[in-house]
Design a protein around this ligand. Structure first.
Ligand SMILES: NC(=O)c1ccc[n+]([C@@H]2O[C@H](COP(=O)([O-])OP(=O)(O)OC[C@H]3O[C@@H](n4cnc5c(N)ncnc54)[C@H](OP(=O)(O)O)[C@@H]3O)[C@@H](O)[C@H]2O)c1
Length: 295
């Protein structure tokens, strides 16, 4: 049966048979619209966060973009304004709890509400084997990737609870499913991000707040390219080309590849989706599972 078709329907009331026509409910595409909603995108100054901020703004949301560097944020806000969107830049170091509070207050002062939080800001500052990683590396990564995500979510969720609705989207990584050699601390943090999603989703469903994870694979950003910082430009290009060839989809992802899932998870179309994980990796995780099965 096609959506939107008129179908005959029967109903028995007492001894009377009623015959009437019923229109099959058609999916309402306007559920994907973010008009009237306010979104916060952490790490919105470049890479995946910038693509998500632009996607949410194009879907109609007013967007607060946050990171540590105000010039980069101003540039993103200007780009969003150039296509008719609304964006406000908010400078904040999200590894520090007092700055998280200030950032959330700044959004509330500007827009008076928070409907959508995208916890995208993340760090993977240096490679180190499990034998070499030092406390400073651990703290830099965990303060932003875990503590930052937890307390930003907590602050936003308190507001969403009062509003009676909200969406939290956590950007994890496929490294949170299987550790990547040399970035174990980052991988551990991203496994933790997945658990933040589960913990918040299970406790906040009763308040109509949905919490979900997007787990990207390799995406062409400053963070991804920093993997090859120790190589010459020619060697880095070779390593990058090889990475693309090893991905089942045959290429490295683009930040825009992540934005569509974020628009869905930010929208009313995902109101029955919570605690879910959307893996966007060109098939890498699936391939590694199949390989493991083959032995
Ligand atoms: N690219 C990939 O291949 C990939 C794969 C899987 C998952 N991810 C995840 O996707 C997210 C975005 O990554 P990306 O590749 O787009 O990285 P990116 O290009 O390095 O961007 C990171 C963003 O986070 C901000 N940021 C960094 N430290 C911060 C801090 N202490 N406080 C506030 N903001 C901070 C950065 O701005 P400032 O430096 O100005 O603060 C920037 O806006 C991260 O969570 C990352 O782990 C990326």
């Amino acid at each position: 049966m096609k959506a939107g078709m008129i179908i005959p329907a029967f109903m028995v009331r007492g001894n009377i048979l009623l015959l009437f026509q019923e229109e099959c409910p058609m999916f309402d595409l306007s559920k994907f619209s973010l008009k009237g909603k306010v979104a916060v995108v952490t790490g919105g100054s470049r890479g995946i966060g910038k693509a998500i901020a632009q996607g949410l703004a194009k879907a109609g949301a007013r967007v607060a973009v946050t990171s540590r560097k105000i010039d980069d944020l101003n540039a993103v806000a200007a780009e969003i304004k150039s296509f008719g969107g609304e964006a406000v830049p908010i400078q904040s170091h999200l590894g520090k709890i007092e700055e998280i509070q200030k950032m959330v207050e700044a959004v509330m002062n500007k827009f008076g509400r928070i409907d959508i939080l995208v916890n995208n800001a993340g760090a993977s500052p240096a490679m180190a084997s499990v034998l070499d990683a030092e406390e400073r590396l651990w703290e830099t990564i965990m303060n932003l990737n875990l503590k930052g995500v937890y307390f930003t979510s907590q602050a936003a969720a308190r507001i969403m609870k009062k509003q009676g609705k909200g969406k939290i989207i956590n950007i994890a990584s496929i490294d949170g499913f299987k550790p990547e050699q040399g970035v174990s601390v980052y991988s551990i943090s991203k496994a933790g991000v997945r658990m933040i999603t589960h913990a918040f989703a299970s406790e906040l469903a009763q308040f109509n707040i949905q919490v979900n994870t997007i787990a990207p694979g390799a995406v062409d950003t400053k963070m991804m390219n920093s993997h090859w910082f120790h190589l010459s430009p020619e060697e880095a290009k070779k390593a990058k080309d090889l990475t693309g060839k090893l991905i089942p989809a045959g290429r490295i992802g683009d930040p825009d590849d992540i934005a569509g899932a974020a628009v869905y998870l930010a929208s009313d179309a995902s109101d029955y989706t919570t605690g879910a994980e959307i893996v966007i990796d060109g098939g890498v995780l699936l391939a590694s599972m199949l390989k493991a099965e083959e032995g």
